[in-house]
Design a protein around this ligand. Structure first.
Ligand code: NAD
Length: 496
């Protein structure tokens, strides 16, 4: 009998009675290993109520105490991240070293949030008017909702909740139903670190839970990460009901390679950013835009490296694991069929890969497609798998125009040894995160993560100062301690 992943509400496992579940697979085995509970309205209400009830006390907890709990959480996470990595690999499929990598990048945000006393400091102006002082405060919102995607079950939620909690909010997180166990493990760790019950709650579920969070008047904000159509839906519905919302969507990231670039570095970078995590990263490079005559020199270098990649079970010493589900593998593979039909050249075909793993795993080998027409769906749509496209352009200008004409604006990179070209690129490119000779430009935690255009709905990005801003409301206080000589009626605005 398979185990059920339940909810975590008010500091304890909450056994679902909804009667609805969803299968969780081990993608390298291709078998269902667990079921995840899908919450009904009662369970949605219970999670939100726990967070709401915990808020008044947590909001008033001293910054010193909150900071101590964050430090304790950081230490526990750091010392036990191997356990979490195994959970991630068993449900997502990414190789263990990559699972550890995502935890480490998430942990950076915990470390950033330990500085919350400094981050919440306001301004103070003495004698703004005679005997009148003005100062600013930042205060928590209340119950905040976090809805996360399957591809980073640990890191993406960690972009949000360390800062939300440090700032005094209480959290309901709705993880992806494809890999829900990481969030339950994290909930237990928070408890061990001393976080009061009800401050961090995990609600497992599907669209019903998402809509429950969107429709609840007790949820103040929504932080969403996932595909663009759902991000749009979240943004529109959350804004309509007056919630604060940041909704990060899909991506199609380009890497522009100029003829003067170091092609050994470019080939390594294309492999790492194209096939790491089997291409299931929102910052994966999916298109290499090669300024002529680069492509003919670069492709053999990429192909040679692809020949060395080992695809297989992430618990063995492989470079690339399986895709998350059979359906997703089939969908990604269908883009290789489309590429052939649309006249592209499939240089390396991953459809029948040699793998170090069980035959039923959701395998797709690394694939390289050259001369991809920019009208093909292979170019226009997000594939989210190990399929790297090459598009050839004649000039830097043509490359920039192509990238800027895309619907998404999450990440991009330029490879060149020309500082002037790189500087022009950073200025002209309409993308939120830019790498210069860096293929996966995920900003460190004290900067903010987020794209432009269809990659982010809302104006506030994840973590960094923007994250602190998102999870707090500003208040300006104008204060006078009475001097009796300043009395009297005055219906005008206070001036000086
Ligand atoms: P998804 O949009 O299918 O799911 C994301 C979340 O939305 C999940 O929790 C899911 O349960 C929920 N959801 C799914 N369908 C829903 C519906 N109809 N109504 C309401 N909620 C729904 O995304 P995914 O497949 O889990 O993740 C991959 C996507 O996430 C890719 O498009 C990727 O680019 C994107 N992503 C973006 C970023 C970023 O920072 N921009 C980061 C990671 C992933």
């Amino acid at each position: 009998m398979s185990t059920t992943v339940n909810h975590w509400i008010n500091g304890a496992e909450y056994v679902s009675k909804s009667g609805r579940t969803f299968p969780v697979y081990d993608p390298a085995l291709g078998t269902e290993t667990k079921r995840v509970a899908l919450a009904d309205q009662n369970e949605i209400n219970a999670a939100i109520k726990a967070a709401k009830d915990a808020f008044p006390k947590w909001r008033d907890e001293s910054l010193a105490k909150r900071q101590q709990i964050l430090f304790a959480f950081r230490e526990l996470l750091n010392s036990r991240k191997g356990e979490l990595a195994e959970i991630i690999t068993s449900e997502h499929g990414k190789v263990l070293s990559d699972a550890l990598g995502e935890i480490t990048r998430g942990q950076e945000v915990v470390e950033f949030a330990t500085g919350i006393p400094h981050l919440l400091k306001g301004f103070y102006t003495e004698n703004a008017s005679t005997g009148v002082d003005v100062y600013s405060l930042r205060q928590p919102l209340g119950v905040v909702g976090i809805i996360s995607p399957f591809n980073f079950p640990a890191m993406v939620p960690m972009w949000f909740y360390p800062i939300a909690i440090a700032a005094g909010n209480t959290v309901v997180i709705k993880p992806s139903e494809k890999d829900p166990s990481a969030s339950i493990w994290i909930a237990k760790l928070w408890k061990e670190a001393g976080l009061p019950d009800g401050v961090f709650n995990v609600l497992n579920g599907d669209k019903e839970s998402v809509d429950g969070l969107l429709n609840s008047p007790d949820v103040e904000s929504i932080s969403f990460v996932g595909s663009t159509p759902i991000a749009k839906y979240i943004y529109e519905n959350a804004s309509r009901s007056g919630k604060r919302v940041q909704a990060l969507g899909g991506a199609k990231n380009h890497m522009l390679v100029l003829p003067d670039a170091d092609l050994e570095l470019v080939a390594d970078s294309a492999i790492n950013a194209g096939f790491g995590s089997a291409g299931e990263r929102c910052m994966a490079i999916s298109v290499v835009v090669a300024v002529e005559p680069v492509a003919d020199q670069l492709i053999p270098k990429i192909v040679e490296r692809m020949g060395k990649l080992r695809t297989g079970d992430g618990r063995r010493s492989c470079d690339m694991g399986p895709l998350v589900t059979r359906e997703h593998r089939d969908k990604v593979a269908s883009y290789i069929d489309i590429a052939e039909k649309d006249g592209a050249t499939v240089v390396v075909d991953g459809r029948n890969p040699k793998v170090d793993g069980e035959p039923n795993g959701f395998w797709l080998g690394p694939t390289l497609v050259d001369k991809v027409p920019t009208t093909s769906k292979v170019y226009t749509e997000e594939i989210f798998g190990p399929v790297l496209s090459i598009v050839r352009v004649k000039s830097y200008d043509e490359g920039v125009k192509l990238i800027n004409s895309g619907a998404f604006g999450n990440g991009t990179a330029i490879f060149t040894n020309d500082g002037g070209a790189a500087r022009r690129f950073q200025n002209e490119i309409e993308v939120g995160m830019v790498g210069i000779n860096v293929p996966i430009p995920v900003p460190v935690a004290y900067y903010s993560f987020g794209g432009w255009k269809q990659s982010l709905f809302g104006d506030t990005k994840a973590h960094g100062v923007e994250g602190v801003h998102f999870f707090t409301r500003g208040k300006a206080v104008t204060s006078r301690w009475l001097d009796p000589s300043h009395g009297g009626i005055n219906l005008g605005f206070p001036q000086n």
